[in-house]
Ligand binder design. Structure first.
Ligand code: GLU
Ligand code: ZN
Length: 306
């Protein structure tokens, strides 16, 4: 085991990129794609593409094809079939059934306003901490119509060793509370879908933006509850705009250019620079193929800033 980069040897490495088709890929998405791609491929591992279109109301029509087209133009090659979360509800339901059977999920009919109005209402790492109003439900009791389902989070600290940022811990009861697996509108949540899919696809190494690090303890707790083995995690620095906001659809991040090779090379070069890879300035004028060969041969995860 190499401590600095957290590789364990002798196992096939499987990475993935999992965009949500809610808007065109921007520079922040490109950084996550490049980081996960090089991390898996530079040592001969596989890299999977998964479309996270589980949150139906947020999907923008045409965006799946647009994102896949952009990735192709940038020279990414994924292994196997593209998984689409919108086609996997049966697997999410099966996981939820297992959690219910294990006493680890319960229906909840609380509205946000009801939670916010509680005398001890408080914010955690991701909005209001759910105070557990419905948590006395037990298997065999009636299930109210239009209920959401929540996961009973474990007590104590849930922690992991991030390959870039080191130890990261949360007390899920204090920092998050029992969180939704299935929403009242019938959509399974990102937290459940991502865990079921990472397990189903055998993902061994997750490389993604640090904006998701607050979700990782929830995902580890779910993996444990489902009897899986957590992957390794590397959370990349978040790309921000001139005023310090994370690039996203909400902050009107620009789409990455796709038509001109020179423009793509410029973006890829900047992504490598952002990831601490010190690409030679001459490579800014190289062909896309040349730049990728250089990146593949020189990828050093230990250079990524925490
Ligand atoms: N679909 C998520 C996003 O686009 C990424 C999920 C993940 O990498 O776990 O932000
Ligand atoms: Zn409730």
């Amino acid at each position: 085991m190499n401590k600095t980069i957290g590789y364990s040897q002798n196992r096939p490495r499987i990475g993935r990129f999992a965009p949500s088709p809610t808007g065109p890929l921007h520079f922040g998405s490109l950084v996550a794609a490049v980081g996960s791609y090089l991390d898996a491929r530079a040592i001969g591992g596989q890299w999977l593409l998964r479309i996270e279109d589980v949150d139906r109301p947020r999907i923008v029509p045409g965006m799946i094809d647009a994102q896949m087209h952009a990735l192709e133009r940038y020279g990414f090659e994924w292994d196997g079939d593209v998984l689409r979360q919108s086609e996997r509800s049966a697997f999410y339901q099966a996981a939820l059934d297992r959690l219910v059977a294990a006493g680890l999920a319960y229906p909840c009919t609380c509205r946000r306003s009801h939670i916010a109005a509680a005398p001890d209402a408080r914010h955690g790492v991701d909005g209001l901490v759910y105070p557990g109003f419905c948590s006395s439900w037990q298997r065999g009791m009636a299930v109210p119509p239009d209920a959401a389902w929540r996961f009973r989070v474990p007590a104590g600290l849930t922690d992991f060793n991030d390959r870039i940022r080191g130890r990261f811990a949360q007390n899920l009861r204090d920092d998050v509370g029992d969180f939704p697996l299935l929403r009242a509108d019938g959509c399974f949540t990102y937290q459940l879908a991502v865990v079921v899919d990472d397990l189903a696809q055998g993902v061994t190494d997750i490389v993604r933006g640090a904006d998701l690090i607050d979700s990782t303890p929830r995902q580890i707790a779910l993996i444990d509850a489902l009897g899986g083995k957590p992957p390794t995690y590397a959370h990349l620095p978040v790309v921000t705009n001139e005023v310090g906001e994370k690039l996203s659809k909400q902050t009107l991040a620009q789409a990455i250019p796709i038509d001109q090779e020179a423009a793509r090379v410029e973006q890829l070069w900047k992504a490598l620079l952002f990831l601490g890879q010190q690409p030679d300035p001459a490579l800014r004028q190289a062909s896309q193929t040349t730049l990728w060969s250089w990146a593949m041969a020189h990828w050093l995860p230990a250079r990524v800033a925490g």
